[in-house]
Design a protein around this ligand. Structure first.
Ligand code: PHE
Length: 453
């Protein structure tokens, strides 16, 4: 263990910490999922509920994870062994590692589609196609047994190449370059979108709430999405927290990361909805919104070719900085708990996750007849990880901080990097002890059908 404690590879700067954590948070969740679920659940009304959950549940869970990580200086499993030795709390860590495994398997597949779309855009492959042809292309492509797997593997290799180098020289270095790049591309796309004729309807849809459109299911999805988008409930921020030094003001880090993630989701909405409305397309398209609707928009838009290239590069970059953080959860676990080198753990984790990812990809085509609880492998893994693993993980994490770790130690840990006002501490403890657990429990019971709205 001594090597792990003594020479822990730490983030080297405040910006590096924020770039890495915001890089984790900003991903397919912001650019692929947020716009389409906001589209399905009525736009602005969904946005407001989601923002509420981000504040009362998301931020407290994020701070709890960072505290657990920094205090223990261990991976998501080892952290609980250090902080609550000899108790079953460590199994929360196992749940986290399992969730990372599952999420990265399908995440890599969707990110691979993003890479394929960069190449198609470069060849200007969507121009002149009818909406039906573009939709048919997407279905044929993701049903193909080979191509999406090749792209998924390319994406997994890129992710592994960064993780294998380490925390400072790999994760921090690359997220510090990729995140500003992402912001620049996104702002260019926003500028293009809002200057299209007819863009205003899209902005109204995104910012003018019509609460009659908000269903119970929409409210529940808003909470689930708050977890997913902030990378919570599966030890990502426990792992990253373990690479943060004592002097960092964790509360400020939480605020910066949450703000960055939320603003980027809103900007993704601004880049997408005005364009969608300007070309008279339905905003409630669902998961195909960016792979089917947007290529349509781009093919009709002046200069659409270049914006299409930029958009899919943006998507791939965002997915990459998130995938790094997911892989790191598994790598840190293998490395510290099985005493493997970083190199071996990265290779083993990447191979295992890629195999599961191939099954996810095949389950859309050749393996579509294989069903788990009535869903194909891809959907089953997506469903169980987002709806069960993340909320359960998050629930136990806040319960641990609120009831086991306790206010005194929280105060000591947070006072390291800053002065903590009592009121802040009291509100935080109230949120993690009662509000967040209750809200998560309600959502969870509803998702599994034990409670019905
Ligand atoms: N937050 C990432 C996104 O929005 C996904 C993610 C989930 C990353 C869980 C890490 C852990 O795409």
């Amino acid at each position: 263990m001594s090597g792990i404690q003594g020479k822990r590879d730490l983030f080297s700067s405040k910006f590096g910490i924020i770039a890495a954590a915001a890089g984790s948070a900003v991903g397919l969740g912001n650019i692929w999922k947020f716009p389409y679920i906001a589209g399905v659940y009525g736009g602005a009304a969904f946005l407001f509920v989601y923002l509420g959950f981000i504040i009362v549940v998301g931020m407290p869970v994020m701070l709890s994870e960072l505290i657990i990580g920094r205090k223990s200086k261990r991976n998501a499993f080892g952290a609980f062994k250090v902080l609550a030795p000899g108790t079953p709390w460590k199994y929360i860590g196992i749940l986290s590692v399992a969730a990372a495994f599952l999420i990265l398997s399908f995440y890599g597949v969707v990110a691979g589609w993003g890479i394929e779309y960069v190449f198609i855009s470069l060849k200007n492959g969507f121009s002149g196609n009818s909406p039906e042809e573009i939709a048919a292309f997407f279905t044929a492509f993701n049903h193909d047994p080979i191509k999406p797997i090749v792209y998924q593997l390319v994406f997994m290799l890129l992710t592994a190449a960064i993780v294998i180098v380490g925390v400072k020289k790999g994760i921090e270095k690359y997220t510090k370059i990729l995140m500003p790049l992402l912001v620049i591309i996104l702002l260019i796309l926003c500028a293009r979108s809002v200057t299209l004729d007819g863009a205003k309807a899209g902005l109204t849809f995104l910012f003018n709430p019509d609460f009659s459109k908000l269903t119970g299911d929409g409210i529940l999805s808003a909470l689930g999405h708050a977890f997913f988008t902030l990378s919570l409930g599966m030890g990502t921020l426990i792992t990253y927290g373990s690479y943060i030094d004592k002097n960092n003001n964790l509360a400020n880090t939480v605020l910066s990361v949450t703000l960055a993630d939320t603003l980027i989701a809103i900007f993704a909405g601004i880049a997408i909805f005005p364009a969608v409305f300007a070309f008279g397309i339905e905003p409630s398209e669902g998961p195909g919104l960016i792979f089917v609707t947007l290529p349509n928009v781009f093919s009709q838009m002046p200069g659409g070719f270049i914006f299409s290239v930029l958009f899919f590069i943006l998507l791939t970059v965002a997915a990459l900085t998130s995938a790094i953080s997911i892989l790191e959860v598994v790598v840190a676990y293998f490395k510290e708990e099985f005493k493997m080198s970083r190199k071996t753990s990265t290779i083993v984790a990447t191979i295992l996750i890629s195999i599961l990812g191939m099954l996810c990809s095949l389950s859309l085509g050749d393996l579509s007849s294989v069903h788990i609880f009535g869903l194909n492998i891809f959907d089953a893994i997506d469903w169980v990880s987002a709806n069960v693993f993340l909320p359960v993980g998050g629930l136990f994490i806040v319960l641990f901080i609120g009831w086991v770790f306790g206010k005194k130690k929280v105060k000591a840990e947070l006072s390291d990097g800053s002065k903590i006002p009592d009121i802040f501490l009291n509100v935080f403890i109230f949120l993690v002890k009662l509000v967040a657990p209750l809200l998560i429990a309600i959502v969870l019971l509803n998702k599994v059908g034990l409670l019905n709205f």
